[in-house]
Ligand binder design. Structure first.
Ligand SMILES: C[S@@+](CC[C@H](N)C(=O)[O-])C[C@H]1O[C@@H](n2cnc3c(N)ncnc32)[C@H](O)[C@@H]1O
Length: 279
């Protein structure tokens, strides 16, 4: 790949998905886009890039952007954000919302569904709906491919062995051949839809908790700031933002501040109410 081709594709991906690709990651382009070129009967990456440059073919563009996303996820990833949900966020929100008995949660980079389903399993085990609570979990992602997998709710033995306690597996999944399918009550607790975090957040109501984990790491500082500040507008005044272990709001925005003693969890600050950006 020539330097000009690299520059074009790096710029293209940044504009479409926010992904920042440095020259040392060229191997990723080769390994992930060569199969895409083959799928569209193109001889090599030069031909694929030419196709993108000529514009007009949405299917090729979508395949390229989706192939470059990293979709790694697993149940109860990093444990703490789920323990904190159960022990700290949920009790505080249930107390604050005791009147309306309604909670809304958004997993903003839901990938193949392990994150929203981990939350749905916690909520199911707490029997919230039996106590009259209405809890909505919305899972969005840029990639329709991962959302199709999330919707299907079918996981390999390897995937259910990563982070999922055995009693949760037995309780909330059914064996299907060599794989495991999540039970309908957990599956139906999550509503999925495609959404690009770079674009205006359409069709959302206010959330009590936003999980935005392990996606901002791929973006540059202005994109991170913009996304976080638009999220602040969608979060209830006493809601929580949950980021990945390697992510922070510090140095990006004053709209959020870390919740003391709860790593990776952020609350809105007074500065959030004076934000000018549109949602
Ligand atoms: C590494 S996964 C994180 C999954 C889950 N949140 C977790 O922590 O396990 C990152 C996800 O972000 C999605 N993603 C990447 N760029 C995006 C964008 N601009 N808008 C929405 N989702 C995006 C990818 O498709 C991928 O599924």
């Amino acid at each position: 790949m020539t330097p000009a081709e690299f520059d074009f594709i790096a710029q293209y991906l940044k504009q479409k998905s926010g992904l920042v690709l440095t020259p040392d990651k060229q191997y990723l382009l080769d390994s992930r886009l060569t199969p895409v070129a083959r799928r569209f009967n193109l001889p090599d990456l030069t031909a694929l890039i030419l196709k993108l440059r000529s514009g007009g073919d949405e299917t090729v563009s979508k395949a390229v952007v989706e192939a470059m996303t990293t979709n790694e996820s697993f149940f109860f990833r990093d444990k703490t954000p789920f323990e904190q949900f159960e022990r700290m966020m949920l009790p505080a929100l249930m107390k604050a919302r005791a009147g309306q008995k309604r909670l809304r949660i958004w997993c903003a980079a839901a990938s193949t569904g392990q994150e929203p389903y981990s939350l749905a399993m916690i909520l199911k085990d707490k029997a919230l709906s039996a106590q009259g609570w209405a809890v909505e979990i919305v899972g969005t992602d840029l990639s329709t491919e991962v959302l199709a997998r999330a919707t299907d709710g079918l996981y390999s033995q390897f995937e259910v062995q990563r982070g999922l306690p055995i009693q949760m597996l037995v309780k909330h999944f059914e064996k299907e051949g060599e794989q495991w399918r999540i039970k309908p009550d957990i599956r139906n607790a999550v509503k999925y839809r495609q959404a690009n975090l770079l674009e205006p957040f359409r069709g959302h109501l206010t959330y009590d908790v936003i999980y935005c984990r392990n996606v901002l790491i791929y973006f540059d500082q202005p994109a991170k700031k913009d996304i976080l500040e638009r999220m602040a507008k969608l979060l209830a005044h006493d809601g929580y933002l949950v980021l990945g272990a390697a992510e922070t709001v510090i140095g990006l925005t004053t709209a959020f501040a870390p919740v003391e003693g709860a790593r990776g969890i952020y609350a809105k600050t007074a500065a959030a109410s004076s934000l000018q950006a549109a949602i």
